[in-house]
Ligand binder design. Structure first.
Ligand code: SF4
Ligand code: MG
Length: 392
């Protein structure tokens, strides 16, 4: 398998009145073409910030402060090589080293994102078909000329909050018959019945599950290499959730699409993913294949997540709360310690004086950020079982 995306040492901070918040720190991951890569963690663990960093959707007061995001795209590499040779490594391009304008042109054509809340991805004053056709058109023009600035669709204007303007614009109807047909075939692809009729309906005429499908269709309009799905089923009821997961699975099999799936639901991970990264307090604490993480996990946090659930599927995949509090991510409050130390049943003195490093070289191996994974680990240095008091 070949890597489509390699994220190395990514850190994203937010600069707030209270100080610097280390939302994502020193994050490595590698997503292979055709795989579903899952990021699992509790809310606030940095999952969405990771996705938004890859999508270039971090806005002030947030900032990517370090790292590399290597994306395999031979055409892009050739297009930027002359001006930005240092950002090119074979057919990989470091997205953080190319001009913003070029990076923005990748949105929709190389990377697309779907969110929890489909309503926010559609402009209520235009039909679903018109919006899909516009997405097709805009993405087509952007792929034809990767150096130009990509225009925003009116659905995007709406999501970005400039909807007053976009709803006042006269409807363009369909840009071309060809894009209308493509819109209809996208609706068909995502399993919307009677796509010809449904294309002429407005978003409010769609049910939640149908709108979720339409949002996936919109994300697929530019035939992206990577679909990022941020809690795509969390807002839906269980039956619809299962249908949307079936759809993603089917799209993966039929189109060979690569998916980055972000969820707090272990059942979703178990069912969908080839590889998994477990996030805690802004860091990936363990990553590897599904089997590495589910069956051979080493990190006490992973163990806590999985161990508290005897049967992931039956428990609905919900994360059991682990006793104790998530640490503050304010830089001045963090100190040089393991971020999980206050909740970790295996903590030892070393854990309180050094942040543990990831034990593996390379981003594709089973890797653990914990002293227990180090070969020199010595059980006798463990703190007594009741060090942090009895769990409540
Ligand atoms: Fe627990 Fe120490 Fe490992 Fe942190 S480094 S998870 S405190 S054993
Ligand atoms: Mg989130």
């Amino acid at each position: 398998t070949e890597a489509l995306l390699r994220v190395e040492g990514l850190s994203t901070r937010f600069f707030t009145e209270q100080g610097q918040v280390n939302a994502v720190s020193d994050l490595d991951l590698r997503i292979d073409r055709g795989d579903v890569y899952g990021i699992v963690g509790e809310s606030g663990s940095g999952k969405s910030v990771t996705a938004r960093s890859i999508m270039d959707l971090i806005e002030s007061p947030g900032e990517i402060t370090s790292g590399e995001i290597w994306y395999r795209n031979g055409e892009l590499a050739a297009a930027v090589e002359d001006d930005h040779g240092h950002a090119v490594d074979g057919s990989f391009v470091d997205l953080l080293e190319i001009p913003e304008r070029v990076r923005r042109s990748l949105r929709g054509t190389s990377f697309s994102m779907i969110f929890q809340d489909p309503e926010s991805s559609f402009n209520p004053s235009l039909t679903v078909g018109e919006q899909l056709a516009e997405a097709v058109e805009v993405q087509r023009r952007a792929s034809a000329n990767p150096r130009s600035t990509r225009a925003r669709t009116r659905s995007e204007e709406y999501s970005l909050g400039s909807f007053v303007l976009s709803t006042m614009l006269p409807s363009k109807r369909y840009v071309s018959e060809e894009s209308r047909e493509r819109a209809i075939s996208l609706l068909e692809l995502v399993g919307i019945p009677d796509p010809v009729e449904r294309a002429d309906e407005y978003p409010h005429e769609y049910s939640g599950g149908m709108l979720q499908r339409a949002m996936i269709a919109q994300a697929l309009a530019g035939e992206p290499d990577l679909l990022i799905a941020d809690e795509p089923t969390t807002a839906l009821d269980v039956t619809i959730q299962a249908q949307i997961l079936d759809l993603l699975d089917e799209l993966k099999r039929e189109t060979g699409m690569t998916i980055l799936l972000i969820t707090h639901n272990l059942g979703v991970i178990a069912r969908m993913c080839d590889r998994v990264g477990v996030m805690y307090a802004g860091e990936i604490v363990e990553r590897g294949t599904l089997a590495d993480v589910f069956d051979d996990h080493v990190h006490p946090y992973t163990h806590g997540l999985l161990g508290s659930i005897p049967d992931v599927e039956r428990a609905g995949g919900r994360l059991e709360p682990i006793p104790g509090n998530v640490p503050s991510l304010l830089d001045r409050e963090m100190g040089d310690r393991c971020r999980f130390a206050d909740r970790c049943p295996k903590a030892m003195e070393d854990c309180l004086s050094h942040p543990p490093e990831v034990d593996a070289e390379g981003s594709d191996h089973h890797a653990v950020r914990c002293v227990l994974a180090e070969r020199s680990y010595d059980e006798s240095r463990a703190l007594p079982d009741d060090y942090f008091g009895e769990p409540d």
